[in-house]
Write a protein that binds this ligand. Structure first.
Ligand SMILES: Nc1ncnc2c1ncn2[C@@H]1O[C@H](COP(=O)(O)OP(=O)(O)OP(=O)(O)O)[C@@H](O)[C@H]1O
Ligand SMILES: [Mg+2]
Length: 340
């Protein structure tokens, strides 16, 4: 349904062009749930907002195609894209809770969205609002509340209800629950899963919490420095990550099933400066297994390592050995100390 090909996005900044997303390709099937993970600043929000052409003014798609049911969204007019947003591809944005308009009740806002995209009568739209509020576990009487009268968790659920109200083919959820406490987070994620199954939407789920991907998504993309490092069937990924960066991320979660929640941390060092891209692999400076040859000079393409599993590493044939060594935190500390 969605086929993103070689997407590259640049921001114009005072310090020069910043390539936030480079050569990103992936597909999304009907009903599929895709998780995107990676440290802060690696391009997750940029890549997904571009799908709805919601980039800030200084951001532009400089290469690539975004095929939605065969049509290239990069080439569509603004008016065409506006018709598509919300109705066919809905975004629950990272700052979703601030997205509600304080001067209207949440019910009015959701209804307005429905009526802008459909021919529903006022009454029908109201009935739909009640229905989607029910889906996210909010009482119908809350439709008449103003945003400031709702708790953080309720506001977030209202925003999710709004995204669901037109039963879009694709829901893009950009860290939809990070502002919430763990219990509420868990409940909302569970509900999102149920809803997705019921209305059979596809979902792109961005998160810092790799365990959520394990529980909720069939496929995973790991981004680093604007590029895809690994793309895989979730099961295959958790069984045998093939990129050292993914191994480092998973290392932060000794037992994903037990922990439930944690953030992406613990690989020493920090992501690369996107204003001054270096040749070679983006991850090489922090990679315990990088060599002075290929890794320094040539950017690895995504190479297939198993069925529905690709990694952008020159040494995927040595992944099993890397995995064993990656489990030892000393391996990572040594790479950092070497200052590679
Ligand atoms: N409007 C902007 N102008 C210039 N640079 C930007 C802009 N928005 C984002 N960037 C830069 O683009 C890169 C990718 O940012 P993006 O927000 O897509 O990352 P992210 O993976 O979503 O991070 P986070 O996990 O913190 O949300 C970063 O280096 C960021 O500083
Ligand atoms: Mg983001």
């Amino acid at each position: 349904m969605l086929d993103v090909q070689n997407l590259t996005i640049e921001y114009t900044t005072a310090a020069g062009p910043l390539r936030a997303v480079e050569d990103v390709s992936f597909t999304l099937q009907r009903g599929e749930s895709l998780g995107i993970v990676g440290e802060s600043g690696c391009g997750k929000t940029t890549a997904t907002r571009a799908l709805l052409r919601l980039l800030p003014k200084n951001g532009a798609i400089t290469a690539g195609r975004i095929l939605f049911d065969g049509d290239d969204l990069v080439r569509k007019s603004d008016a065409e894209i506006r018709r598509l947003r919300h109705r066919h591809i809905a975004l629950i944005s990272q700052s979703a809770m601030n997205a509600l308009n304080p001067v209207y009740t949440v019910g009015e806002q959701i209804k307005e969205g429905i009526r802008a995209h459909t021919r529903m009568s006022d009454q029908e739209a109201r009935a739909r609002c009640v229905e989607v509020f029910g889906l996210v576990g909010l009482e119908a009487k809350r439709l008449d509340s103003y945003p400031h009268q709702l708790s953080g968790g309720m506001k977030q659920r209202a925003v999710i209800a709004m995204a669901l109200s037109l039963e879009p083919e694709i829901i893009v959820a950009d860290e939809p629950t990070t502002a919430l406490d763990v219990v509420v987070q868990g409940r909302i994620l569970q509900r999102l899963r149920q809803i997705r199954e019921r209305i059979s939407s596809s979902m792109i789920f961005i998160t810092h919490d790799i365990s959520v991907v394990g529980e909720s998504c069939e496929t995973i993309i790991v981004m680093y420095g604007g590029r895809i490092m690994e793309r895989a069937d979730t099961r295959s990924f958790f069984r045998a990550p093939a990129h050292p960066y993914s191994m480092g991320l998973q290392n932060a979660f000794p037992s994903i099933a037990d922990i439930g929640h944690a953030d992406l941390v613990s690989i020493p060092g920090s992501p690369p400066d996107l204003l001054a891209p270096q040749p070679g692999c983006r991850f090489r400076a922090r990679c315990p297994f990088a060599d002075a040859d290929a890794c320094q000079t040539r950017t690895p393409p995504l190479l297939q390592v198993a069925d529905r599993h690709w990694a952008a590493c020159w040494y995927t044939d040595q992944a099993a050995g890397f995995r064993a060594r990656a489990r030892d935190h000393a391996t990572w500390r040594k790479a950092a100390a070497d200052g590679r």
